[in-house]
Design a protein around this ligand. Sequence first.
Ligand SMILES: [Zn+2]
Length: 195
Amino acid sequence: MNPNVFWRVLIAPCLVTMLLAFCIGPAQASIQDQPIDFCANKLTGFIRTSHRLPCSSNENSLGLNALEPGLVRPKKLDRQLVARFNAARARAKANGFELLITSGWRSVRHQQLMYERAVVKYGSDREARRWVLPADESLHTWGLAVDIRFANRSGAALRWFKKYSYRFGLCRVYKNEWWHFEPNVSPGQKCSAPR
Ligand SMILES: [Zn+2]
């Protein structure tokens, strides 16, 4: 065989294929290693990272990142926030605590009314905002905040929840509201200090 033809027909395509495999292979592998979701077992609340397939029918999707407002204001709590709370509730139960929601989604009208009442009660906008935000600033109106309470052993339950809420992607946001949590981190990502 003519060495030129030998080079063009056999060796060159092989080299190109090897080069492509070398360059694209690791890139593909690292794309496949990227998590696509966090899934919580509906019964136990155990969370796993999903890399390829969506969560199974025995699991709830918790969302990969911080949950953020969409384009349209919803009429109920965000589905993935509910899933995060349910996972936390299942784990709390396994530890002997009962976790409940006192307030979740609120309509714009309801939130605004709460804020206006607080202004009257506390005497100023500044003081009222320490307890209730106006409707356009509150994540309750986006279904992205929950106020919680414990049905029993509140002290121990709160210590437990403060320590582990981040595992469910739930963070306490305000220093003066121990009960208010928002899904503002990825499940398992540490929360920033309450402000
Ligand atoms: Zn709240």
